[in-house]
Design a protein around this ligand. Structure first.
Ligand SMILES: Cc1ncc(COP(=O)(O)O)c(C=O)c1O
Length: 416
């Protein structure tokens, strides 16, 4: 079998990773690397130290003060609630951010795909929980190939047949693979039915020679965007009750329950009430987006303000000659067509749509806070952060509007 990547490859890229430290609180390309990249791209100026407003657009920008505040809020909350965070890298796909999360106390990083796990491991992230089951022989082999190098790789299963396949592949790769049982919270997207079916699967995993049971996960995606804190709390606690009862069955049967992972950005301050839950797999909190802002929080029924919008798209106005509207260079390929639409940061009385491939349009309402001229730049709060990030090769990390680092979105497009 050809290994998807080798120990030598990992060491080479880990070495390169060490060189991308920037002398501030952030990681990214060094000034020398940026100069080399600029030379290769025809002499464009390195953006380090530039105002974000001088960047070419569309550009993906992350505000470091907001990002750091979001990470700190999450850590403070989960710690005071007696649980941990295991942030999901499906949101940022960015090794620099995963590293920040681990350095500030997260117990591991979740990934949605084997390819995301491979990229993060290549960049030195070695505590990885793959939250999606692998069902094809190829993916299972790739996962076991990764497990061979990465002791901290844990993966999910939700059927007996899949557990047997994993065990056989682990034995063929010469490893004992760490596995959690995915329990369905009721949405029937993934996972096995809680109670006896989940218990029997866990017992099988515990018996199979190629596997080591580490516990369970139960991600209640259907509750994350329920509007209103009370409604969200009631729904998710009810839906997770069966998973908590399943965990008790595991315990009574002498099975390992060291991991009981679940929850997301919408329920991060609720999930600790589910008995036995060890950590939240929060993703969007690092960036926030319009979809999450609208769900409302414990303090405000209309605006979820626990976390700050840290991720924006910088766009330029291309046309302003028609009454009531303007056109920008950030359309569907820069913003996606997710709803609600992106929002112009700091402005009111205007609606932004990104239905056209390369063009965004602004419609002014009667009370618009301003109008734009050709060449003006604006910042958009993203609609839904995960798919937007997946459109860009890099993000500009800025503080007070100045570019401090350029972060590779190294797992961008890694969907297998
Ligand atoms: C399995 C799993 N865990 C965690 C998350 C993170 O959710 P959020 O971005 O709402 O925090 C997701 C998001 O879709 C997910 O699919």
């Amino acid at each position: 079998m050809t290994m998807p990547f080798s120990r030598r490859h990992f060491l080479q890229t880990a070495g390169a990773g060490a060189a991308v430290w920037v002398p501030s609180a952030v990681h990214g390309y060094t000034g020398a690397e940026m100069a080399r990249r600029a030379e290769q791209s025809g002499g464009e100026l390195t953006p380090l130290g530039l105002s974000m407003w001088d960047l070419d657009t569309p550009a993906l920008v992350v505000d470091l003060d907001a990002l750091e505040a979001n990470i700190a809020t999450m850590q403070r909350t989960v710690t005071s609630n007696g649980i941990a965070s295991r942030p999901h890298a499906k949101t940022h796909k960015c090794p620099a951010i995963a590293r920040m999360q681990l350095e500030t106390g997260s117990v591991g990083i979740c990934v949605a795909k084997v390819s995301e796990a491979q990229v993060l491991f290549d960049h030195g992230i070695d505590k990885l929980l793959l939250t999606t089951s692998n069902v094809t022989p190829l993916k299972i082999r790739r996962a076991m190939g990764l497990r061979k190098w990465c002791d901290g790789f844990v993966q999910t299963t939700d059927t007996a047949a899949n557990a047997r396949d994993l065990s056989a592949a682990a034995e063929a790769a010469g490893v004992v693979a760490d596995v959690v049982v995915d329990v369905d919270p009721g949405g029937h997207r993934t996972g096995i039915t809680p109670g006896v079916p989940a218990l029997e699967l866990a017992q099988l995993v515990d018996r199979l020679p190629g596997l080591r049971l580490r516990g369970m996960l139960c991600y209640d995606g259907g509750s994350q965007h329920v509007k209103g804190f009370e409604a969200r709390q009631a729904q998710t606690l009810e839906r997770l009750a069966a998973a908590a009862e399943t965990r008790e069955r595991f315990q009574r049967s002498g099975l390992n329950t060291e991991i009981f992972s679940g929850g997301g950005t919408g329920t991060y301050n609720i999930d600790h009430q589910t008995p036995g839950l060890t950590d939240v797999q929060v993703g969007s909190y690092v960036f926030m987006d319009a979809q999450y802002i609208d769900i409302g929080g414990a303090d405000d029924p209309d605006v979820y303000s626990d976390f700050q919008p840290a991720l924006t798209i910088l766009a330029t106005v291309l046309n302003a000659q028609y009454a009531g509207r303007a056109t920008t260079d950030a359309g569907a390929k820069a913003c996606t067509i997710n709803r609600p639409w992106s929002r112009i940061k700091g402005e009111s009385g205007m609606i932004y749509t990104s239905g056209s491939d390369e063009f965004g349009s602004i419609r002014y309402e009667a009370d618009a806070s301003r109008t734009y001229a050709v060449g003006d730049k604006l910042e958009l709060i993203v609609s839904h952060c995960d798919p937007v990030v997946n459109l860009y090769d890099q993000m500009y990390a800025v503080r007070n509007g100045i570019v401090e680092a350029v972060w590779a979105i190294a797992a961008r497009g890694r969907s297998t």
